[in-house]
Write a protein that binds this ligand. Sequence first.
Ligand code: GLY
Length: 375
Amino acid sequence: MKEDTLWVEQAWKDTFEKVKTTSQEMTVSFPSMTENGIYSDTHKPWAWVVGFWPGLLWLLYEKQGYQPFKDIAIDRENIMDGPLDEFINIHHDVGFMWQLTSVKQYELFGNEQSRIRALRAASHLASRFNINGRFLTAWNHNDVNNADPKGLSIIDSMMNLPILYWAAEQLDAPRFKMLAMAHADTVIQEFIREDGSVRHMVEFDYLSGKVKQYHGGQGYNEDSAWSRGASWAIHGFSMSYQYTQEIRYLETAMKTADFFIDNLTDDHIPHWDFRAPRTESTPRDTSAGACAASGLLLLSDLVTDIEKKDKYQTAAINILKSLYENYGTYHDHTQQGILVGGTFNCPQGLGINCSLIYGDYYFVEGLYKLKTKLG
Ligand code: GLY
């Protein structure tokens, strides 16, 4: 790495110290987003965010060996057996939930119970495949807009595919991988625009499999470019390429990455939607920056072209450094999150300029990758 690297060590150290403190203070089991600096609980053990806090603790534990982080991560994974057994409320985000927890614990310690949990989660995701439209159905209900949940798929799904690829390898069962690739191909077709911008929600006719309507979802409108959706695509397609070696996934990751990077402003942190009307006070979304940065580091490892490699790594480092320097809460003890400046859902006015647990997670994941590269 050419760039100066001292800040990476400092950021990692500061993050470890911050989380040591917040993990003791935190009264909630599954932090989601902050209100006045304090993390609120999801109150729903099946919510898509529940894996991020234990996942973040695993990353820090792995490098620091700090036992309380391991204890909390295992405790939260155990609680997540509730929704897995209950089954009825589970949706497509099982990758976010069990990849960062159960797959991680299995990789670290070979815990067979964790492996079975993740395999059950993958089986559930496979069961959400719509054979006519060749897409994974996102939700069981839809309170967001008037789209029929039976035919609704969303870009976030790209982050859930790795648990299918992983299950295919674990069980020597290519059917999981084939479903993941069929979905990824539909996403290329229907979600990724020619210019590399990304749609959030596509509603299909669940019987014919044909597209009925595009929805803006958490973006500004159906023609806009929600930045976290873009980050899900960059990161998700990079992981699909990592597991399959199919060049079309690498090309899609690069196309979405190029759009993302081209639309950043001087401080390297994306606005919440690249096409929302912009003023001085338009919110940014640090979680989109963090997720994209971690994905760009992976993409940089995967591409062979030296210029592209350098471009993606430099962009990732610029984002992470700016997050650390401009959005980190290290000296602000009133904030439980690591990063401020996250935007959960701008159209609904929810979670603007707060900490988001997935922003914190991907920031730590990005630092973890940089620290690993440095040795
Ligand atoms: N997966 C929902 C979100 O990105 O806010």
